[in-house]
Design a protein around this ligand. Structure first.
Ligand code: NAD
Length: 476
């Protein structure tokens, strides 16, 4: 017995009727999603507090307001985004109509992780609904309280013939992936990303993979350590470090490290008080498995600050500075268990790797997988621009943290090991739309078109070559 078959058949049949295509239907779904967010604000905040100990402020800023903003933006721009894009023409097609039509893919699957369980489920959903798809949503089974609210409440606000929430972990998701979808949007780890892509290959289903990564944070000698400490700490310890785009480790010289550590200590005390554990602004690790993984990491290097933890409360103190010399990671025989060689820190630990120069930092970064985000802090715009020009990553930020995520005008997406595809704002609409090349010609005007038919004389060939040139149209 296949638990998904009936649901998927129902959704596919609904899509085939064409009811999701009109702008009015799409707008009604987006409005429903907006109402869901408003009506269930308290429920969602409570669920996020249970799952991740998120403060109402963090929940609002990074989950609820962000999702609502995406809904509002899509509603405001829907008509415009849906419009055909006119295409330029050659002389040969001058009298035809050429355009790109944005059409829905059909039945879309969205699979989400646990770390921002509202945002990373609903923001892709906004794009999928705006683009006129039917959607199956698979929230993370690990952020259980949020999963429950999404499963029980969200369908009440959307057309249930076109939308469904399905539940389950790896095994159930594996079965779900045996079915054919028209698009799969996955957010999660690179390891599972490969499983998703392999499953999609069977049906030649296009995918977006929003994956994790290790995000280097270069701190130049020419910087104000306190400013850097404030900005790095805010974004490293936000959501207790469980953020895909968080600075994962610092690259700096030993001298800058000595200036940065006391600054980080002072920032942490200012942000979270003398006893960070009692701070309402510091969350908790999602579960025991992750806690134990992070405990192992703390044992790897020399922790400079913090390092306290309590398994019964899933608490880990903000801990900058298990310290590692970069040379340790360039020696092929060195043990590669710790810090910058691990998959992803994904917690409130901030290893520091010592490099001697900007060149060595760039070399260190380029020897590794392309990160999801890359940060560079320096008073010198030359240094920041060199880092930008000589490296590659999903996103790049100079002298800031992941504040860029608040701009729907910038896409979120990885490159290489950190993923493929992008979304947010109009990028989401485009991701969930097939861009169909359309050319509408006339049944008449045959005399004009005869030039294209054999037999081809020398002059006919010359004329066609000229008329095919995209510039030929503007010359006339
Ligand atoms: P995960 O890859 O373990 O799980 C993500 C989703 O995949 C969940 O819904 C889960 O149920 C499902 N899943 C897990 N194993 C599966 C399997 N074997 N077959 C099919 N489905 C399976 O990721 P996670 O632990 O939930 O989230 C943390 C990871 O996500 C980190 O690597 C983080 O960097 C990444 N992430 C990336 C972004 C981004 O925007 N690029 C955002 C948030 C998190």
């Amino acid at each position: 017995m296949d638990p998904f078959e009936d649901t998927l058949r129902r959704l596919r049949e609904a899509f085939n009727t064409g009811r999701t295509r009109p702008a009015a239907f799409r707008a009604a779904q987006l409005e429903g999603l907006g109402r869901f967010l408003q009506d269930n604000k308290q429920l969602l905040q409570d669920a996020l507090a249970q799952d991740l100990h998120k403060s109402p402020f963090e929940s609002d800023v990074s989950e609820l307001i962000t999702s609502q903003n995406e809904v509002d933006l899509a509603l405001k721009n829907l008509q415009d985004w849906m419009k055909d894009d006119p295409a330029s023409k050659s002389l040969l097609t001058r009298l035809d109509s050429a355009f790109v039509r944005k059409e829905p893919f059909g039945l879309v699957l969205i699979i989400a992780p646990w770390n921002y369980p509202v945002n990373l489920t609903l923001v892709p959903l906004v794009g999928a609904l705006a683009a006129g798809n039917c959607v199956v949503l698979k929230p993370s089974e690990i952020s259980k309280s949020t999963e429950k609210v999404l499963a029980e409440m969200l369908p009440q606000y959307l057309d249930q013939s076109c939308f469904a929430v399905v539940l389950g972990g790896p095994q159930e998701t594996g079965r779900l992936l045996e079915h054919k979808f028209d698009y799969i949007f996955f957010t999660g780890s690179p390891r599972v990303g490969k499983i998703i892509m392999a499953a999609a290959t069977k049906h030649l289903t296009p995918v977006t993979l929003e994956l994790g990564g290790k995000n280097p944070c270069y701190v130049d000698d020419d910087c104000d350590p306190q400013t850097v400490a404030n900005r790095v700490a805010l974004f490293r310890y936000f959501n207790t470090g469980q953020t895909c785009v968080a600075p994962d480790y610092i690259l700096c010289s030993p001298e800058t490290q000595e200036r940065l550590l006391p600054a980080l200590q002072s920032t942490i005390t200012r942000f979270y008080g003398d006893d960070p554990r009692s701070s309402p602004y510091l969350g908790r690790i999602i579960n025991q498995k992750q806690f134990q993984r992070l405990q192992g990491l703390l044992g790897c290097g020399r922790v400079a600050i913090g390092g306290q933890s309590d398994e019964s409360d899933l608490y880990i103190e903000p801990s900058p500075g298990p310290r590692f010399p970069a040379a340790q990671f360039q020696d092929a025989d060195a043990p590669r268990r710790c810090g910058p060689e691990l998959e992803e820190i994904f917690g409130p630990i901030l290893p520091i790797v010592n490099v001697r120069s900007l060149d060595e930092a760039i070399d260190f970064i380029k020897r590794r997988e392309k990160p999801l985000a890359l940060y560079a802090f320096s008073n010198s715009s030359q240094v920041v621009n060199q880092m930008l020009d000589r490296t590659s990553s999903g996103s790049f930020v100079g002298n800031e943290g992941f504040i860029y995520l608040t701009l729907p005008s910038l896409p979120l997406g990885g490159v290489g090991n950190s993923g493929m595809g992008r979304y947010h704002g109009k990028f989401s609409f485009d991701t969930f739309s097939h861009h169909r090349a359309c050319l509408l010609s006339y049944p008449g005007l045959e005399k004009l078109k005869e030039i294209r038919y054999p037999p081809f004389t020398y002059w006919k060939q010359q004329l066609i070559s000229w008329a095919l040139d995209s510039q030929s149209c503007t010359l006339l």
